[in-house]
Design a protein around this ligand. Structure first.
Ligand code: SAH
Ligand code: SF4
Ligand code: F3S
Length: 473
């Protein structure tokens, strides 16, 4: 029997890439590949790349420099190592990658992972193998179904792709060019995946997609299902205690999604709803197709049906032409909403996007680097303060925690609250996989410390979780 070949995958970027890494592992397993954490002993290294900002995509080339040395060392000992570049840089730059880094054997775009074995075979002949075709309508069905063993390794919380690609064409963003047009998976396939995950101990599902609430997959009756309807279906599966979804676009929040938050306790009251800017002028230039007031109205629709709901967002500072007033509008929006957390980025011109072209034609539109730094620091300070006060508000409260794993400190178990805050308690590992009430005593940086709520409540809730698990055992 030939010894297994070793595969090392390093992923950058969004959750979609994390999920795709698993898809690649599953695709390569029948070829005899097993995963390794050490690139030095790998027969195949895949860099699963992100193109979203310049910094992210440049990382690839410095990593390739390091890998070239490892590959040459392996060759000296008579071992052949192959290097593949996957993900969004592969899609955007294609053959350019092999021109810049001759050490690369395979370049494969996100729509072509099912062809990895074929591409590797092709690369054996010496010349690099490149495939960055898209769109492929049936890209989801071309992959083998995930194996239960791989699923179990993901613990109590798992991601499931429900749609991929984006047709929104925000003027700053590369995603429509790297991931292609929007494709939604059929409801039945998602339900089958979710069922398998639940049967393997998964309690929390995060439905992922570049624009997840644009979901419009067909159901078993040939009708189009919205994300809200899909959430209803998944909530009925025994064992599934929590449902999340990411990332949403404010324009695609429909009544069915609001109703899902109203009617389904398993749908967590925490929504990542990126707004990017608080200025209507900038929002229009970004092609977001909504105003700041529209966004606030959307937030209010959620809050009306689920008062305890919290939000996070993404922001871009220094978009071409952003004035002091535009930036002040962003700060005002953040102050008005009050976020549980948010990511903020400096605008990064991406080749081929309308905003980058605009700034290139009219260089006066470019926001100077020092101004961008100052705005980013100001915005982050405001967001950090909001996040800290949101986290502090948990102290003294009893909140539900889904326990995930043993923590670093002996005897401690860590889980997450509804708002994804890490929460630590001293307890037996039996609680892993259960949702239990925890009284929060303190906050250390971003992490909550507490104790299982009064024994009576804990026992009662233990019983109810046991009942739930019996139904699918
Ligand atoms: N599909 C999601 C996320 C897209 S990428 C959405 O529509 O919100 C994640 C975040 O990266 C974006 O929300 C945006 O804030 C940021 N981003 C995207 N392109 C960028 C660019 N060119 N420069 C800086 N930040 C960018
Ligand atoms: Fe990019 Fe906009 Fe699509 Fe999000 S909605 S992926 S920011 S184009
Ligand atoms: Fe990056 Fe591609 Fe995701 S550009 S953010 S890896 S969709």
């Amino acid at each position: 029997m030939t010894p297994p070949r070793k595969l090392h995958i390093k992923s950058y970027g969004c959750q979609m890439n994390v999920y795709d890494a698993q898809r690649m592992v599953d695709t390569l397993a029948p070829e005899g590949f097993v995963e390794t954490a050490d690139p030095a002993e790998a027969d195949l290294v895949i860099l699963n790349t992100c193109h979203i900002r310049e910094k992210a995509s440049e990382k690839v080339f410095s990593e390739l420099g390091r890998l070239r040395v490892i590959k040459e060392e392996a060759a000296r000992t008579g071992r052949e190592m192959k290097i593949a570049v996957a993900g969004c840089v592969a899609q955007a730059e294609g053959a350019e990658i092999t021109r810049r880094a001759s050490t690369v054997d395979v370049v494969v775009g996100p729509q072509s992972y099912h062809n990895l074995p074929k591409l590797l075979a092709k690369a054996r002949d010496g010349a690099p193998a490149i495939e960055t075709e898209f769109p492929i309508e049936d890209k989801f069905s071309a992959l083998p179904a995930p194996k239960p063993a791989a699923i179990r390794a993901r613990g109590v919380s798992a991601f499931v792709t429900v749609q991929e690609g984006c047709d929104k064409f925000c003027t700053f963003c590369v995603v429509p060019y790297t991931r292609g047009m929007e494709v939604s998976r059929p409801v039945a396939d998602i339900v089958a995946d979710a069922k398998r995950l639940a049967e393997n101990g998964v309690r929390e599902l995060t439905l992922i997609g570049q624009n997840v609430n644009a979901y419009h997959g067909d159901d078993e009756n040939g009708r189009t299902s919205s994300l809200g309807r899909l959430l209803h279906r998944l909530a009925m599966l025994p064992g599934i205690a929590r449902l999340r979804y990411s990332t949403s676009h404010p324009r695609d929040v429909d009544d069915s999604l609001i109703e899902a938050h109203r009617d389904i306790p398993a749908v967590m009251p925490f929504v990542h709803l990126p707004v990017q800017s608080g200025s209507d002028r900038i929002l229009a230039a970004m092609n977001r197709k909504h105003t700041a007031a529209d966004y606030i109205r959307t937030i209010e629709r959620f809050r009306k049906v689920r008062p305890e709901i919290a939000f996070s967002s993404d922001f871009i500072v220094g978009f071409p032409g952003e004035s002091e007033q535009d930036f002040a509008d962003t700060l005002a929006l953040v102050t008005q909403i009050g976020y549980a957390g948010a990511y903020s980025f400096k605008y990064s011109p991406r080749p081929g996007t309308p905003a980058a072209d605009m700034q290139e034609t009219d260089t006066a539109l470019a926001v100077p680097a020092a101004v961008m730094d100052e705005r980013l620091a100001q915005l982050q300070a405001l967001i950090d303060a909001q996040q800290a006060s949101f986290n502090r508000a948990a102290i003294g409260r009893t909140v539900e925690v889904l326990f995930e794993r043993a923590a670093r400190e002996p005897g401690q178990i860590v889980g997450r609250t509804a708002y994804l805050q890490p929460a630590h308690v001293m307890a037996s590992p039996d609680i892993i996989g259960k949702v239990l009430p925890v009284t929060i005593d303190s906050l250390e940086r971003y992490s909550l410390k507490g104790r299982l709520a009064s024994e009576e409540t804990a026992v009662a809730s233990l019983r109810s979780t046991q009942r739930e698990s019996e139904t699918f055992a």
